[in-house]
Design a protein around this ligand. Structure first.
Ligand code: AKG
Length: 290
């Protein structure tokens, strides 16, 4: 399949910080992705969180690094279109894999995904950081991921918030600013969201402010799988506290390019060796925690 974004889509990604691409997954690729995601929902991994509080209606599960455990999703990372899509949108000569995440909401689940930027959570600096988000169920604008157009160019990094109310990732000494009440100021922004079918994706910049409404549908679940990619200028960075997820045992130092066996280059495909054997998937000293 030709998954190359058009010049217009590349421009939209650059200016707005997000773009929706249609029909980037073949039916086989979509089936494989669904199989992997459903396996994880049935038996979540060690990094999963049930996002609902006691008494909340519905079902909301997040999980990270599914591709470490599930062969279907590892294949999806290595053989799927996301790496190439991300590289072309970022204007990068390559894409290195950072990690993957599940966002599964059941039918009639009111809980929102909080507004946030992704990159402040991670030890990565550089402009070429791209997330590719795949819904596995039909979504409407009412249930789709929402993104604030142009927020990746505000020059602002917002402090990551944790699930528990009021807690932040880096605490009081953080150099990052506290996130404003985005819900209260929705009218001040251009909020991007789309009606989408499984097989479509949204690609967005690591600093684009985004969140998601609850799943108001009583017909469809809202399962989504995100993949995270780094381009030529991405380097390992220090943060004022412990990042989430925390990757250990990769040997990178601050300032090193995010390009090694633990964060392997997926596109263009490496000439030699099987990517499934990369240190990322085989090194017993590589540890991930949240
Ligand atoms: O799908 C969602 O609810 C949120 C997705 C998200 O925040 C992400 O992919 O970074």
């Amino acid at each position: 399949m030709d998954v190359r974004p058009t010049e217009q889509e590349i421009e939209e990604f650059s200016v707005k910080g997000a773009v929706c691409l249609r029909g980037v997954l073949s039916p086989d690729m979509l089936d494989m992705l669904r199989d992997g995601v459903d396996k994880d929902i049935a038996e979540p991994g060690p990094l999963h969180t049930r996002q609902q509080s006691e008494g909340d209606k519905g079902f909301f599960l997040t999980d990270f690094c599914l591709a470490q455990r599930l062969p279907e999703l590892r294949r999806f990372i290595v053989d799927g279109p996301a790496a190439e899509v991300a590289a072309r949108l970022m204007g990068s000569g390559k894409s290195n894999f950072f990690y993957d995440a599940l966002w599964a909401k059941g039918r009639d689940t009111p809980k929102r995904t909080r507004w946030h930027q992704d990159q402040p959570y991670y030890p990565i600096n550089g402009d070429q950081f791209c997330v590719v988000w795949f819904p596995l169920d039909p979504v409407t604008k009412d249930t789709c991921l929402e993104l604030i157009a142009g927020s990746h160019r505000w020059g602002r990094w917002f402090e990551p918030e944790l699930t528990r109310a009021g807690q932040t990732l880096y605490g009081d000494d953080s150099p990052f600013e506290r996130l404003p009440d985005v819900e209260a100021e929705r009218d001040a922004h251009e909020i991007l969201s789309w009606d989408m079918e499984p097989g479509d994706c949204i690609a967005f910049h690591g600093l684009t402010l985004h969140g998601a409404p609850g799943n108001t549908s009583s017909v469809h679940q809202r399962r989504a799988f995100s993949t995270f990619w780094m381009g030529d200028d991405a380097v390992f960075a220090s943060r004022p506290g412990t990042v989430r997820p925390l990757f250990e045992g990769h040997g990178l130092e601050v300032g090193d390019a995010m390009d090694c066996g633990h964060f392997p280059r997926i596109w263009p495909r490496q000439d030699a060796g099987d990517l499934l054997q990369a240190a990322r998937f085989t090194d017993p000293n590589f540890r991930i925690s949240v």
